[in-house]
Design a protein around this ligand. Structure first.
Ligand code: NCD
Ligand code: ZN
Length: 343
């Protein structure tokens, strides 16, 4: 049987939620990834190191027996974050980054930053204390077409941030456009990006052609085919600026299949298998290990993992849903066949 074995990977962008949903989804992340950058957009958001430590404990309690897993916590940047909190977070053993959400850009981003220039003193503190800034790169201007919001953010905000803080490590999270890819490629070594499985595998037809498919709806929204091709080229280029971040974002099926469905694709159930599909399709399976297991760790200045994980060519059908009835979560590619399977 055909197999591939790679160093155990990490997920550099994951939403694992809390409570009952955490218990359903965390085992999926843990069986593949040694570590994950945990997004702080709970309700209310995780804004202080103390809150992050409490959330970390809740996550560790949900790790199934027999697995090693290290949650890498992040703090939600708000207009009221202080330089003192940034210094404390940078000195903390468990906080690895701040996340900037433009206010209103996505799920649970109401507490986000309304005026990016106004938080420049905080970005200066992050640069000084050397803690990475993770950015949801979309403008929130209602007049801006939703398919243009990332490209416009690159021009109106990202270029300014990167230019003003040349020593600040920045991750442009879940890049979805050729423009964002070009920006990251042209920027200094301090600027990197994560790429999700859905943006490598699908274009916007998956959401809209032949019927509306809410489980393919996430933010930034999946774009046209030429953007997908730019993302695949970046992910398979062995450029260490691009690494794995699933943006796995579980929502209850009832909240996705609704007149106004939530943004977020749930991909943790088969993350590595989905990436393997995308890399195989590009003829670049040999580039999967760098993307999944090396470049993110290097960027965060953490050791690469020592264990391995093996995928085998063995068809399986993704379940229709995970979790108890009322808490059911529909995964990406539900009821469809995948050809790679974690052994
Ligand atoms: C994320 C979520 O549900 O928390 N949703 C999404 O569509 N990606 C938030 C985010 O990362 O934008
Ligand atoms: Zn996210």
């Amino acid at each position: 049987m055909k197999t591939i074995t790679i160093t155990r990977p990490d997920d550099w962008h994951a939403h694992v939620r809390s409570g009952a949903v955490l218990k359903t989804v965390l085992p999926h992340t843990v069986r593949q990834f040694a570590r994950a950058i945990i997004m702080p957009n709970l309700k209310p958001p995780v804004t202080t190191a103390a809150q992050a430590l409490a959330y970390r404990e809740e996550i560790l309690q949900a790790v199934p027996a027999g697995f090693d897993f290290m949650p890498l916590m992040t703090l939600y940047l708000t207009g009221s974050t202080t330089a003192a909190e940034i210094k404390m977070a940078a000195g903390s053993d468990h906080v690895y980054a701040f996340k900037l959400y433009p206010a209103g850009a996505t799920t649970n981003s109401d507490s986000g930053v309304a005026d990016i220039k106004a938080v420049y003193p905080l970005l200066e503190a992050m640069e000084k204390y050397d803690i990475p800034l993770l950015i949801h790169g979309e403008v929130t201007d209602e007049r801006c077409d939703i398919f243009d919001r990332e490209r416009v953010f690159v021009d109106t905000s990202l270029t300014g941030i990167a230019g003003s803080f040349p020593g600040l490590r920045i991750v442009v999270e879940h890049v979805t456009t050729s423009e964002a890819v070009q920006f990251v490629e042209a920027a200094g070594a301090n600027v990197a990006a994560t790429i999700t499985p859905q943006h490598l595998l699908f274009n916007r037809n998956a959401i809209l052609a032949g019927g509306i498919r809410p489980h393919y709806y996430c933010l930034p929204i999946i774009k046209r085919e030429h953007h997908r091709l730019a993302l695949v080229a970046a992910a398979t280029s062995a450029n260490p600026k691009f690494f794995l971040g699933t943006d796995s974002a579980p929502h209850l099926t009832s909240l996705k299949e609704s007149a106004c469905g939530c943004a977020g694709c749930y991909s943790a159930h088969a993350a590595l298998e989905l990436y393997a599909k995308a890399f195989e399709r590009a003829g670049s399976l040999d580039k999967l290990e760098g993307f999944a297991s090396f470049y993110g760790a290097d960027f965060y200045r953490l050791p690469r993992n020592s264990g391995t994980i093996t995928l085998e060519k063995s068809a399986w059908t993704v379940p229709a849903a995970y979790g108890e009835d009322s808490l059911s979560i529909t995964p990406l590619m539900a009821n469809e066949e995948l050809s790679w399977k974690i052994r």
